[in-house]
Design a binder for this molecule. Sequence first.
Ligand code: BTN
Length: 335
Amino acid sequence: MESNRNRLIALLEENKDQYISGQKLSEQLNISRSAIWKHMKELEKDGYEIEGKSRKGYRIISFPDKLSENTLQWGLKTKWLGKTIIHRESIDSTQFLAHQTARDGAAHGTVIIADEQTKGKGRMNREWHSAPGKGIWLSMILRPQLLPYLAAQLTLLAATVLADVVNEHIGVRPQIKWPNDILINGKKTAGILTEMQAEQDQIQYVVIGMGINVNQAEVELPENISYKATSIRAESGKEWDIKELIQQILQTFEHAYESYIENGFPEVKEKWESYGFKIGEMIDIKTMQDEWRSEFLGIAEDGALLATDREGHETKLYSAEIKWFEDGNENAEDK
Ligand code: BTN
């Protein structure tokens, strides 16, 4: 059951444009007025700014910077995404909790967010560095009415959402490295991990995990990885409000998802390609069977990578390793 504290915050939020009397709060929560007063003092200690006026009551002025279910939902303009947010200060991985919560029946649009992950998981079971308070580590649970093979398109959609948020709110134009790494100035700043529980012809749920390096200084970025990492701060020269960025991501995602469900993949493909890294250039591709130099032609109608095969014919690839060379260093990642 929801705590009195959370219900009190919700009541203050609902009445944010007016005062609400101590009497009314005490009636609604069924607790004494002195208990209300004690809660208010606790909230102030936690960084909530609350104005109390005699004969008028209480009014909330601002929420603290710290992430919590309440602070994340304050001002979040979505219809269904993030209506339930589960926030943890520290967790092994938001993916693990998302799977567990989804198996327990969590609603479409439930979002799990942590300040820190101790076992952050990247693609191909790689480790994902998730330093406390420096980035966005979130997993969203979706229950799309789609055939399972289309889930890969959701990953590409998620990449365009992150690219749009970086482009429009940070003011830096990123690129997307197939299928879904977000690069700024050729270095990786965000990654997406999509996992799914499905039967043959039906998705039970999809978990889209997003990891975004936001406020790490250059010296705080991981080095012992196979690609060059960066953060939004390192590339934009300033720190960003993590809560606001999360809200932008959720709002942009909800909008893009609804449009995808209504209009299908073509718009996503067009947007993805507008951010696509190395489209029209030569890349080195490695699959389980072969390794060759190819022209990267873009993405196919179903989201596959379109490239040329050894004979120069167009071919579709669903799982491959792309390599490229920057400053004499080889960057390679398995897909
Ligand atoms: C990649 O390898 O590029 C994907 C990284 C995905 C990391 C995110 S952080 C939130 C969620 N929880 C995890 O453990 N991983 C994903």
